[in-house]
Design a protein around this ligand. Structure first.
Ligand code: AMP
Length: 429
């Protein structure tokens, strides 16, 4: 082992693993475009205040998990911990609200960074696919956004995802709810973790997402299970909206559960929030593969323009792990099609030419660039495991007919270059 190791919580994607990532990326792009989204690529680094001010100064992802650094010009920058705030920044900075369209629909794909304790499905560098819609919302639009996620799952043959949905209402409802939580948790605060002792002052909703106190028992009860629920503080319109979205989900046969405890950890959400949950019999069971919701005030807060937004992000690393567990990559191969063996320097040059012709014709061709002896070249074939082997020597160059070995059927025949390319393509594994 060399003396360098990857940074804790980061991953190398090599060969088929990189291929898997590419498959998901391509499917995500294709699906998003079908639903009318266009791609946006924003920088991985942003001014730290893009997140601090908008994701929430007291949220875990900003307060504890953000990668912050000063550049040489003494600017405080952050590696983005999530996608939405940067997309809103770009939406405003590029005046995308001025296109005259009723909605602006954008999708992104890229790495995010959070200084978390690495564990199953949790990394410090991970990838998200996400989309954001800017413009006046409706339950139909919300359904369309959710359908796009299920459209991607279907495209990838992922069938074990359930939607969890809830409404967290407007600012007023949340502030009344926060008071109710404060009153409730103040009874137990001495037993709670130091973070929750802070959260009760700053934002008691975050206590509900606490990883340390989630199973805390006091007075013989699990305290999280008896906390007040947001639904008792929602205005009638918010209740109606949740009801309307649920009826639509039913009519589109989307598997869903209303989860009255779902509040989500970021400041900007309002009204409907949701998560996509993996249902499986492995270590990923009940883990969220993604989440999102509406954000009525984020654009206004960042740019003084009153346009509501909504969106979601999917964790691609978790989606990949789920797909691997489902066996969806079982047949994925990156075998090469053909290895060209050459017996002297002149035929090596011919082999190189032949490889070029084949590669232009979309075949995966490989050769030995060093050896003229058969032994090391057949050894290379054993390692690369191609379906076909071509042998080039003096005689072949003279006649223009090459020996093609079919490794699978253990047969061999002579063909012209044109014929052998056709033959290889015909029987491509
Ligand atoms: P969030 O922005 O926290 O709602 O995250 C959305 C999705 O991104 C989650 O459901 C996960 O699939 C994924 N995600 C968030 N944090 C991590 C992480 N540290 N490692 C891997 N995936 C993550």
């Amino acid at each position: 082992m060399g003396s360098y190791q990857k940074v804790k919580g980061t991953r190398d994607f090599i060969g088929l693993k990189a291929e898997e990532l590419g498959i998901v990326k391509d499917a995500a792009r294709k699906t998003a475009r079908r639903y009318g989204y266009k791609e946006i690529i924003t920088p991985i680094i942003e001014n730290s205040k893009v997140f601090k001010k908008n994701v929430g100064e007291d949220s875990d992802i900003v307060n504890k998990e953000m990668y912050l650094f000063k550049d040489k010009g003494d600017r405080e920058l952050a590696l983005r911990p999530e996608g939405t705030a940067g997309v809103v920044r770009a939406y405003l900075e590029n005046k995308l609200y001025a296109t005259g369209l009723p909605l602006e629909k954008l999708f992104y794909f890229g790495p995010m960074f959070r200084y978390e304790q690495p564990q199953t499905g949790r990394y410090r560098e991970f990838r998200q696919f996400g989309l954001e819609v800017f413009g006046k919302s409706s339950s139909f639009l919300l359904l369309d956004v959710i359908l796009s996620a299920f459209g991607l799952f279907k495209e990838l043959n992922v069938t074990n995802i359930v939607l969890k949905i809830n409404s967290i209402g407007d600012f007023k409802a949340r502030s009344q709810y926060a008071d109710a939580l404060r009153t409730y948790f103040s009874r137990y605060i001495a037993l709670m973790c130091p973070d929750c002792q802070e959260r009760i002052k700053t934002n008691p909703l975050r206590i509900l997402d606490c990883k340390k106190d989630k199973d805390l028992i006091a007075d013989g009860i699990k305290i999280m299970d008896h906390a007040p629920l947001i639904k008792d503080y929602l205005p009638d319109e918010a209740k109606k909206e949740l009801h309307d979205v649920c009826s639509l989900l039913e009519s589109f046969a989307i598997p869903y559960e209303v989860d009255p405890t779902l509040v989500r950890g970021l400041d900007y959400y309002t009204d409907i929030v949701f998560e996509f949950i993996i249902k499986s019999d492995d270590e990923l069971n009940n883990l969220a593969v993604g989440g999102g919701g509406c954000y009525a005030n984020l654009v206004k807060q960042m740019g003084n323009i009153d346009i509501p937004g909504l969106g979601y992000a999917l964790g691609i690393d978790r989606l990949l792990a789920n797909m691997e567990n489902l066996g969806l990559f079982r047949n994925l191969k990156d075998d090469i099609d053909v290895v060209i063996i050459s017996l002297d320097d002149l035929s090596k040059k011919e082999a190189l030419k032949m490889a070029e012709v084949m590669r232009k014709d979309d075949l995966r061709a490989e050769m030995d660039y060093l050896n003229n002896n058969l032994k090391p070249q057949f050894k290379l074939c054993d390692k690369l495991n191609p379906r076909y082997i071509v042998i080039i020597g003096e005689d072949e160059i003279k006649s223009g007919e090459y020996t093609l070995k079919d490794v699978l059927h253990k047969t061999q025949n002579k063909y012209s270059l044109k014929e052998l390319i056709l033959k290889i393509k015909e029987n491509r594994k």
